[in-house]
Write a protein that binds this ligand. Structure first.
Ligand code: SF4
Length: 349
């Protein structure tokens, strides 16, 4: 039995096996085939479309790879008013989105009450709310949960503590893990993820990341290739590889069959069919941007971001067409992962 068949049948791989798969291209064809089969068997053909609302690019942190970092003075900053956020969410719901993902740089410019009000308003429209707003206190997480937030995304980026410290000045690796624990404890459908191809990142550390995700039992994992940004200290670093990121994503699908895995926009920056290839290699979620006008370009985590001049309604019809063209459907459910549903029903995920 090949190592990929073993992963397909048992949903398990050792650290050495993962490192082996990542180090060689000989497994690629089987890996992507079995990851796609696993996605189909555990999640069906439906693709969850989740509207990504990038409501502020102001950030107090200084992550070395990110264009929103505090010290980047070459970026015009913006923050949408709560009313504007609610207005854009309403439009997205009218286009058919069943989940709104509220994402921003890490900042405290909105009061907890304001943000609860935004969350509540979107829930009243019948949509689910995913938050991606960084490290907060337990009380803040509780307030948003009580206001109706369903899910929370907080990527660990790397489990390698030394590398994390180097890339995240004055941030605590320990606190990030702690936040994830709290989010899970509070009953959020919790997502994490990593960057692949960071300067100084080893294959062994990527294998550790994958095993950490599996051990932690997250409900969603987002994998992005590192893309070098000219306005960061990593401007001269080489971009991560599309195929390495794709392999990481496919391995995660084999080890965590019921979770949600997005076909990330960053993948499409590196390959013009990136999201479709990802959907055929284990992914089951796409998160089109629903922010409008100049804000789409100003949320510039990395260069080469796609669909900058499009409108949310155009993005919806464009991605829906691509999904249908590969024989998949647009999911009509609220976007919960089967992992979360299964756990909530009391099964072992
Ligand atoms: S990765 Fe997040 S926390 Fe770090 S600088 Fe960018 S927006 Fe801020």
């Amino acid at each position: 039995m090949s190592v990929i068949q073993k992963a397909y049948l048992t949903n398990s791989l050792t650290h050495g096996e993962i490192a082996d798969i990542l180090s060689s291209d000989e497994y690629n064809k089987r890996l992507f085939y079995y990851a796609d089969l696993t996605r189909k068997e555990h999640n069906g053909d439906g693709v969850h479309l989740k509207g990504l609302l990038e409501f502020s690019n102001i950030c107090s942190k200084n992550c070395c790879y990110c264009g929103l970092r505090r010290q980047n003075k070459n970026l015009k900053r913006y923050m949408l008013k709560p009313k504007e956020i609610i207005g854009l969410a309403r439009k997205a719901v009218s286009y058919g989105y069943k989940t709104i993902v509220l994402q921003s740089g890490e900042n405290n410019i909105y009061s907890i009450d304001e943000f609860c009000c935004v969350t509540r308003s979107i829930r009243e429209m019948g949509a689910h709310v995913t938050l991606s707003i960084g490290e907060k206190s337990e009380n803040e997480y509780i307030a948003y949960k009580n206001a109706g937030a369903n899910r929370y995304l907080l990527r660990i980026e790397t489990t390698d503590e030394k590398l994390y410290k180097k890339l995240h000045p004055s941030m605590s690796h320990e606190n990030r893990f702690e936040c994830l624990k709290i989010l899970k404890k509070l009953g959020y459908e919790t997502g994490s993820g990593s960057l692949v191809g960071l300067p100084g990142q080893s294959i062994s550390s990527i294998a550790e990341d994958i095993l950490f995700f599996q051990k932690s039992g997250f409900d969603m994992i987002g994998i992005g290739p590192f893309i070098s940004n000219e306005n960061t200290p990593l401007r001269a670093a080489k971009n991560g590889s599309f195929y390495t990121a794709l392999k990481v994503m496919a391995i995660i699908r084999l080890l965590m069959p019921k979770i949600n895995i997005p076909a990330s926009t960053a993948m499409e920056t590196l390959d013009k069919n990136g999201r479709v290839i990802a959907l055929q290699s284990g992914a089951n979620v796409v998160m089109p941007v629903i922010t409008e006008g100049e804000y789409r370009a100003l949320y510039r985590l990395y260069p080469g971001k796609i669909c900058l001049n499009d409108t949310p309604s155009h993005c919806m019809s464009c991605i829906s067409g691509k999904i249908r063209s590969i024989g998949r459907t647009i999911s009509q459910t609220n976007g919960d992962s089967n992992n979360f549903i299964y756990k909530t029903l009391g099964g072992a995920a």
